[in-house]
Design a protein around this ligand. Structure first.
Ligand code: SF4
Ligand code: SF4
Length: 371
């Protein structure tokens, strides 16, 4: 069996999860069009949306699908089962909604989305592994894989059970490489052992590594003051073997331009640069901020409508500038008309949904002092 490696020329994929927004909260499609054009001019082909990213599939229809020949780019989207109330029929309808929203006719890459301990059994129960094969036979998708947020043992189990899977999407970044909760390194080794290629999400850890912990900033500045912090993070991942593309969830034109400046003519990290990353990884051990990527997977099912990532952002900011009162104003704004940390009823829904495996209930307890 030949190993599927994708056909992408640029090792940078345009992640469509954090698109720029207008003041009214809708996606700024005109800015997305400029970003798409810059990406295309640099040779970029891979676009990554999902049924679960609000407004993203509709935005890419306007910014890409209606403006470029279909065969000139590859489009990925995803099928998610994240609510026990969903039926098999609901799950199987998602692709038809995605096709309607994007107008793309077919998807080049289709992923079973965000598999983790709390939901992976639904994908079996609803026969979704067989379903993606049927979709491929019908020509509605070209390749299928899954995105994954759990431990190497479960990953191994899934790859043994589903050897036809063509690729796997993992969270990999230098901060999580040896993080036991995310297990980037071990999961990467499992995927490669099974001879699969990878697409990579969160190379900049939800933007956190674009402005890392101050001690890490100093290390990178000393090594090369002329490149962005994000460039270290993305090149770290793109230098690994077997990577189809590294997805960066870009939110504005400046981020697109910066990413393209070093990915257009990509050079893998040198041995000296690898040593700089190792130093940064060591320094990160002293970082006590909450490693939340603001993905919002936790908030949808929260019965108390607690803005969990926004509260953690306030807490992280206060950690950098420790003063008891500093976080109170931002906390009040973040929780206006929504639940507060003290409203948590400890139902555990959020923890089951969190891809970073954060102890959200315990962390919220600690944030109550902002009230
Ligand atoms: S445990 Fe608390 S924060 Fe988490 S979903 Fe339940 S109420 Fe919301
Ligand atoms: S707490 Fe977890 S699920 Fe919620 S936004 Fe942060 S990383 Fe995502």
């Amino acid at each position: 069996m030949s190993v599927f490696t994708g056909k992408e020329k640029l090792k940078l994929g345009f992640g469509l999860m954090r698109l720029p927004k207008l003041a009214d909260g809708t996606i700024d499609v005109e800015q997305v069009k400029v970003m798409v054009d810059l990406f295309r001019e640099a040779g970029g082909t891979y676009f990554d949306t999902a049924f679960a990213y609000p407004g993203s599939e509709e935005a890419i229809k306007k910014a890409l699908v209606e403006r470029y020949p279909r065969e000139s780019y590859t489009l990925a989207t995803k099928l998610i089962v994240n609510d026990p109330a969903m039926t098999e029929e609901d799950a199987k309808k998602e692709i038809h909604t995605s096709l309607e929203r994007t107008g793309a006719g077919y998807f080049d890459y289709y992923l079973l989305h965000a598999l983790q301990r709390s939901n992976y059994e639904y994908y079996d129960r609803y026969h979704l592994w067989d379903y993606v094969k049927e979709l491929k036979e019908k020509g509605l998708i070209k390749h299928y894989g899954f995105s994954f947020h759990a431990n190497p043992e479960l990953l191994e189990e899934l790859l043994i059970k589903h050897p036809d899977v063509e690729f796997v999407q993992l969270q990999i970044n230098y901060a999580d490489w040896e993080n036991p909760g995310v297990a980037s390194h071990k999961n990467y080794d499992v995927v490669r052992k099974h001879g699969k290629s990878l697409t990579v999400m969160e190379p900049v850890k939800g933007g956190a590594l674009a402005k890392p912990f101050p001690a890490v900033q100093e290390i990178f500045r000393a090594a090369n003051p002329d490149v962005s912090f994000a460039s270290w993070a993305i090149r770290f991942v793109a230098s690994k073997e077997g990577i189809i593309t590294v997805l960066s969830g870009m939110s504005n034109i400046a981020q697109m331009e910066d990413n393209l400046s070093y990915m257009k003519n990509f050079q893998p990290l040198t041995a000296e640069e690898e040593a700089v990353i190792a130093k940064a990884q060591e320094a990160l051990l002293a970082d006590k901020s909450i490693p939340c990527t603001a993905c919002h997977y936790c908030t949808e099912g929260c019965p108390m409508q607690i803005p969990i990532p926004e509260i953690f952002a306030v807490s992280n900011h206060e950690g950098l500038y420790p003063s008891w009162d500093a976080g109170k104003g931002p906390y009040r704004i973040a929780t206006q008309n929504r639940g507060k940390a003290s409203d948590c009823i400890q139902c555990g829904q959020c923890e089951a949904a969190c891809p970073q495996h954060l102890p959200i209930i315990e962390l919220l307890e600690k944030c109550r002092h902002f009230e």
